[in-house]
Design a protein around this ligand. Structure first.
Ligand SMILES: [Fe+2]
Length: 306
């Protein structure tokens, strides 16, 4: 099989206190904190590392300011791990650290790690929902979720330069076994890890034509979590980057926030699942960004219906 999921990510940051407050408000669990770094976990035991003094063994940052420095991918078996380390190391150094992570760099300059996947179970009970002919909630009212807890980092989106984009994608598809699901020629390539069901585990986006972190998405159980999570962040002073909507590619319901560690974070729910029957779809033009996004005209003066 091969890569199953994002296992950990590392950001190099300026202000540890602000970043810790951000991810605490976002709903991750703090498991380690010193003067220089902090570590959070998702409910499925992926780790997010925030370092003010990043390891000198990391590749140079691809952009100025706080940013993502490394994504470590979790692999299902030692044999697959060895195979991927060999494939990645055909033309570049791969260094193993004491914790068993194999570190290298992709074509753009982002750190790439490979290690064994160690998922923790996170049982999810979908909220009972009612519609005509399908009723699962009797004699009870829904209550607020109040504290949203992301289940997992479900995808990472990286910006890459236009020039050399085929090679940038090729590193992930030819060496690491990712499968392109949607190729949007003017924008980027959505890819699925072999052990993931989501329509995309990764996006390499060349539209801004420069390297940098675009966003990391965190799956939450449902729409209420996306809405309540975003509201909670706004109430705590964080800035929304994209209001509630549902994407066209992947169909996920989303809400984005600017992140002090660089780029943005996304609350995501209800993404399409895809298996090998979902071939690579090539789009010559960029599909609309979303199926729907919230609109309101309540603050306008006397709108006239047409
Ligand atoms: Fe996303």
């Amino acid at each position: 099989m091969g890569i199953q999921r994002i296992e950990s990510v590392t950001y190099a940051i300026d202000d540890l206190g602000v970043c810790v407050r951000f991810f605490d408000d976002f709903g991750l669990s703090l498991v380690e904190r010193s003067d220089e770094h902090a570590v959070f976990v998702t409910r499925t035991a992926q780790t997010l590392h925030l370092d003010t003094v990043p390891s000198p063994s990391l590749p140079a940052p691809v952009e100025d300011g706080p940013t993502l420095r490394e994504v470590v991918w979790g692999v299902d078996t030692p044999q697959e791990l060895e195979r991927l380390v060999t494939a990645a190391g055909r033309d570049r150094e791969v260094r193993e650290s004491a914790d068993g992570v194999h570190h290298t760099v992709d074509e753009t300059g982002f750190g790439v790690g490979l290690t064994m996947a160690r998922p923790a179970p996170a049982p999810v009970a979908p909220r009972p929902a009612n519609t005509l002919g399908s009723v699962t909630r009797w004699n009870t009212a829904l209550e607020p979720i109040t504290r949203v807890r992301p289940l997992r980092m479900c995808h990472v989106a990286l910006n890459i330069p236009k020039e050399g984009r085929e090679a940038a994608v090729g590193f992930y598809t030819d060496r690491l076994g990712f499968r392109p699901t949607d190729v949007v020629e003017p924008m980027g390539v959505f890819m699925q890890a072999p052990g993931d069901d989501d329509q995309h585990t990764m996006l390499l986006c060349h539209r801004p034509d420069k390297a940098g972190v675009n966003h990391i998405a965190y799956e939450v159980p449902g729409f209420d979590d996306v809405i309540e999570g975003g509201n909670h962040m706004i109430e705590h002073g964080w800035r929304e980057a994209r209001r509630l909507g549902r994407h066209t590619i992947g169909s996920n319901v989303f809400r984005f926030l600017h992140a002090p560690c660089g780029g943005r974070v996304e609350y995501a729910a209800d993404m399409d699942r895809a298996d090998e029957k979902y071939g690579t779809r090539v789009h010559e033009t960029t599909p609309p960004h979303h199926i729907w996004a919230l609109r309101t005209n309540r603050d306008q003066e006397a709108p006239t219906a047409s």
